[in-house]
Design a protein around this ligand. Structure first.
Ligand SMILES: [Zn+2]
Ligand SMILES: [Zn+2]
Length: 147
């Protein structure tokens, strides 16, 4: 099962790796596929569990270093979720997040906030920005209704 978007994500990874002189390994390809398949925020541990189905014996440090590389390549973003856990986001354009302080779920917030503009302004101030984040913390709908 290969959709057009998965094919594109795979090509984007291969292109990015070649530009940097990085090797295209099955591990890297599978981790990238899992990220696109999940299509949501995930921890390295969750990603490793899914990768294991395809490639047994993939260690958590390998998953972390691959995700770090992907972040440098600009094909994944990381941000801090609830409890300070690092979440990986297959969506790479700067966008705000809602983080529930009770269950830890992190969702994208669709709001007209100019995070790309903040990055441009940072560059204008002589800063070398990596990313811009905006996080709204509180309670998600289901946790708030249980309170
Ligand atoms: Zn919640
Ligand atoms: Zn997101």
């Amino acid at each position: 099962m290969t959709t057009a978007s998965e094919g594109t994500a795979k090509e984007a990874l291969i292109d990015a790796l070649r530009r940097r002189g990085g090797r295209v390994t099955s591990q890297r390809l599978v981790i990238n596929e899992i990220l696109r398949e999940l299509g949501r925020h995930a921890t390295a541990e969750e990603i490793r569990e899914r990768v294991e189905v395809h490639l047994p014996n993939v260690s958590l440090p390998t998953v972390y270093s691959t995700l770090e590389l992907f972040e440098e390549l600009g094909i994944v973003r990381s941000f801090r979720g609830g409890d300070g856990v690092t979440l990986y986001d297959p969506r790479t354009d700067p966008h705000p997040h809602l983080i529930c302080e009770s269950c830890g779920v992190a969702t994208d917030l669709e709001a007209p906030l100019d995070l790309a503009g903040a990055i441009e302004a940072a560059k204008g101030a002589g800063f070398s920005p990596r990313t811009a984040d905006l996080v709204v913390t509180g309670l998600c709908h289901s946790c708030a209704s249980q309170a």
